[in-house]
Design a protein around this ligand. Structure first.
Ligand SMILES: [Zn+2]
Ligand SMILES: [Zn+2]
Length: 340
């Protein structure tokens, strides 16, 4: 009997190891494909093309940069985050399996928002909804301030490897306050859309209302004014996007002292998404230091905490009714006071 049990365990271990090996192999193959695609874009594609249509010509320049930052970032970051999660929690519990084999209605919403977001459909809708306000360029404002006052932050003396973590913390400071603003009575209906998720599946990070524009004002503008170059902004957004995916994953870890002091952990972000509103909401920042400094750190992360909001959501692939209802609640919230 004992012998049979031992061989069963060994068989189980062997299968688990093979499973992990297959996941690692998959990641390596994908990384190689991505590297190949990168090489092909840079070496085989011209950086500038001229399109001819209806007797008119239009030149598109800086093509390599556009492709790599536009599609490449998400094509690299999202699968990597999904793979990391899969390696840590195993195939049975990972988001990839659930997204492919049986997404819940809440996950279907996440997927739809992600796909539309990548197609720039929602970005465009957001620009229209907010009357183009999000298109103001922080760099133009920085140049304007410098021309009039002489004020300019120039971090170019520091190596890039130092600029990135510095601006990451600057970013998380502004993100903290934007996020607290999002939880205020007026902005909550738009941010509620993110909190309506009932399961975490990595791509939940992309579930944002297209009109939730506050981040563009409160984050991108100060960062540009404080001297962050476009290159630094790209690296910071790689870190932010990666952490964003991981804290919305099935990783059930508080990351020890790292999660308590350096970068928010998945379990602390779960605590931020809690359905139970009898305790105040905390854990707004991607860097816990801001929550600790401004009194919104509560700790006590727990894997089985129920997440979501009390407002009913339809969820699923057809996302328009929920989006419009929340957009309406945003504007009407200036006149009517709602409990949720
Ligand atoms: Zn929130
Ligand atoms: Zn979240």
């Amino acid at each position: 009997m004992a012998l049979a049990e031992t061989s069963l365990t060994l068989e189980g271990d062997r299968r688990a190891i093979m499973g992990r090996a297959a996941i690692v192999l998959g990641l390596l193959v994908y990384a190689a494909l991505l590297g190949g695609a990168w090489w092909a874009v840079v070496n085989l594609l011209p950086d500038q093309i001229t399109l001819q249509a209806f007797g008119k010509s239009k030149t598109v320049s800086d093509l390599h940069n556009r492709i790599v930052t536009g599609i490449g970032l998400v094509a690299a970051i999202l699968p990597t985050a999904l793979w990391i999660e899969c390696l840590a929690v195993g195939w049975e519990r990972c988001s990839t399996r659930r997204l492919i084999l049986g997404p819940t209605p809440s996950m279907r919403t996440d997927l739809t928002v992600l796909v539309l977001g990548q197609g720039h459909v929602l970005e465009l809708a957001g620009k229209v909804m907010m009357l183009g306000a999000s298109m103001i360029s922080g760099i133009a404002i920085r140049d304007w301030i410098q021309a009039r006052t002489g004020f300019a932050v120039d971090p170019s003396g520091l190596p890039l490897a130092l600029q990135v973590p510095i601006y990451f913390y600057v970013y998380t400071f502004f993100d903290y306050w934007t996020h607290r603003l999002d939880h205020s009575r007026f902005f909550w209906p738009l941010h509620r859309y993110h909190h309506s998720a009932e399961d975490f599946c990595v791509v939940t990070s992309a579930r944002q209302h297209p009109a939730a524009f506050s981040a563009i004002f409160v984050i991108n503008l100060p960062l540009a004014i404080l001297g962050a170059t476009p290159a630094v902004m790209i690296f910071v957004s790689v870190v932010v996007t990666t952490v964003g995916f991981l804290i919305h994953s099935q990783l059930q870890s508080d990351w020890g002292w790292v999660g308590r002091w350096v970068i928010q952990s998945p379990l602390h972000h779960r605590l931020h998404h809690k359905l139970d509103m009898t305790h105040p909401t905390g854990h707004f920042a991607m860097a816990p230091i801001w929550d600790r400094l401004f009194g919104t750190w509560y700790g006590g992360a727990e894997p089985n905490l129920v997440i979501g909001v009390s407002q009913p959501y339809r969820h699923g692939f057809w996302i328009v009714p929920d989006l419009l209802r929340d957009y309406w609640h945003f504007w009407s919230g200036f006149v009517v006071r709602r409990s949720e």
